[in-house]
Ligand binder design. Sequence first.
Ligand code: ZN
Length: 296
Amino acid sequence: MASSIDDVRSRERESRMKIANLKGRAVIVTDRGALDVAQSSSGRFGPDLQTLYDDWAAFRNFAATANQDHATEFDLAELHSPVPRPRQVFAIGLNYQSHAEETGMEAPLIPAVFTKFPSSLAGPFDPIRLSGDRVDWEVELVVVLGSLAEHVDEAGAWDHVAGLAIGQDISDRTVQMAAARQFSLGKSFRGYGPIGPWLVTIDELDDPGDLAIGCAVNGETVQSDRTSSLIFKVPSLIAQLSAVLPLWPGDVIFTGTPAGVGMSRSPERFLADGDRLESWIEGIGRIASNIEAPLR
Ligand code: ZN
């Protein structure tokens, strides 16, 4: 069952543990608004959100009991990426059967891993400036690590996750497919990795492995699926990546996109100046970007 953006909005009103980056300062998002982490912890945590991941268990303990009286209303447009400076950003290609089929490629037997260079990361409502005329959308579940994961087995993998967010793996298909494919470069133009709107802790979700996911261009839904359709699920990705290299606290995994990208449509359809791209995941919320013409 696809989830409409209205369903997602109504669920956003439920209280959840959300951590956001408000103008460069870590905040806990409550029903009353944003609670500044550094102020409310008397400087024990924050204000830099990235440093929280290195001390995540202690921060969670603090956040669970923080006095929310001083939370204040805020403007969603002032949110930055909830992961400002990850050491590593992993991304997974062809991780939904429906997407593999629409590209005409065989789903891989092990995860197809590339990187989005960290300078591509952006805030959840930042505009996206196009790099060319074949720039595509890819809504993805984003996983953020909350502790060092090295040679982790699947059974213990969720314990290393700080939380989940919505991401867009914006892709310049011309650059991506050039030079016998260079996924990492074609998906790393500045602003091509919006993440947000906040990090939601997994204990707040009924089933973190089965969430409705989708995106719309100018109000028309173009992708709609569930994260339970992932070929390599979050625990498998963490196990297989951490078998090769350490995953550090605050590292990011873009887990792959379902069917419905513009490149696979007939005719092809790409993002254009003036478009509005909205993305949502059940239990997390929504992000949205206005698309802007390339600089000439
Ligand atoms: Zn992708």
